[in-house]
Design a protein around this ligand. Structure first.
Ligand SMILES: *[C@@H]1O[C@H](CO)[C@@H](O)[C@H](O)[C@H]1NC(C)=O
Ligand SMILES: *[C@@H]1O[C@H](CO)[C@@H](O)[C@H](O)[C@H]1NC(C)=O
Length: 261
């Protein structure tokens, strides 16, 4: 009897696993304003690159370049793409992402245009995927969406973009998309907060509300009141002044999201 139950469970798991592989269920999160796709596959070339011809934005502080390198890290993190690229016909290789940003200005402010259009060509038309955005911040959202189209193909061992051609036209439905963390009632170590910030960028959120202290505990160093952080849960569950500055720095410069004090 026990044996039978185990078999049934294994079978259910196997069916779920096969279903999980199905690319028809690929999700872009959050759901774009408008999206359409085809039924063919493309593969990311080994030297998948950023092309910015025709863009008005000079990327003086590297926002676009850094965003693109995070995009590459994201799509390559799951598996090593050690497939034999010479087995893939060049008409199936995507050479890179061509990004055109229409505004030269990267001043970040509430209500800024975060829209973007992303298209991935059909197979047989080798070349570049195309991303157009009014501001560099819209382009960063386009990078997130592109990364969610990519998956690792276990047969070719190369990163694949299934269901091409893609056309995505998107903009956030709400200009304030926030998350609150409460480190007074539940201490979070610095690396955890950094992961939260990364995942906010994946989900295209743009405001972190860090509720650092409250009646329950006071984990923050205040130099002018040096005894205050004795109110932390323990001596190690505290943030130094530099820790707090590091989180603000990551929020502002790494994900380039909005900083609200
Ligand atoms: C890669 O594929 C090509 C073409 O099929 C073949 O000639 C070559 O030996 C392969 N290389 C490796 C390392 O398997
Ligand atoms: C992986 O690539 C092969 C060869 O192009 C293709 O036949 C197969 O459908 C791909 N697998 C997935 C899950 O897309």
């Amino acid at each position: 009897m026990m044996g039978k139950i185990v078999w049934v469970l294994l079978l259910v798991q196997a069916v779920l696993a096969i279903d999980g592989v199905s690319v028809d269920r690929l999700n872009i999160w959050p759901m774009p304003h408008s999206v359409s796709h085809g039924r063919e596959n493309l593969f990311l070339s080994k030297d998948f690159e950023l092309k910015t011809e025709g863009t008005k934005y000079n990327d003086g502080s590297g926002i676009l370049k850094d965003g693109f390198s995070r995009l590459l890290d994201m799509v390559r993190v799951a598996h090593v793409a050690d497939g034999n690229f010479s087995k893939i016909h060049t008409s199936l290789l995507l050479q890179g992402l061509h990004v055109v940003v229409l505004s030269a200005d990267d001043q970040l402010q509430y209500g800024i245009d975060e829209s973007y259009k992303l298209s991935v060509p059909a197979s047989g038309k080798p070349g570049y995927a195309y991303l157009e955005a009014h501001t560099v911040y819209g382009a960063l959202h386009g990078f997130q969406t592109f990364s969610q189209l990519c998956l690792f193909n276990f047969t070719t061992r190369v990163i694949e973009v299934p269901m091409v051609p893609w056309t995505v036209i998107d903009q956030p439905r709400f200009s304030f998309r926030g998350l609150l963390i409460d480190t007074s009632r539940h201490y979070l170590p610095l690396p955890v907060i950094k992961n939260v910030i990364d995942s906010m960028a994946y989900a295209k959120l743009n405001v972190l509300h860090w509720h650092i202290v409250d009646t329950q505990s006071f984990p923050l160093e205040i130099p002018s009141y040096p005894k205050l952080w004795d109110g932390a849960y323990s001596v190690s569950e505290r943030y130094t002044f530099a820790d707090a500055a590091e989180i603000v720095r990551q929020l502002c410069s790494k994900t380039r999201d909005q900083c609200i004090g």
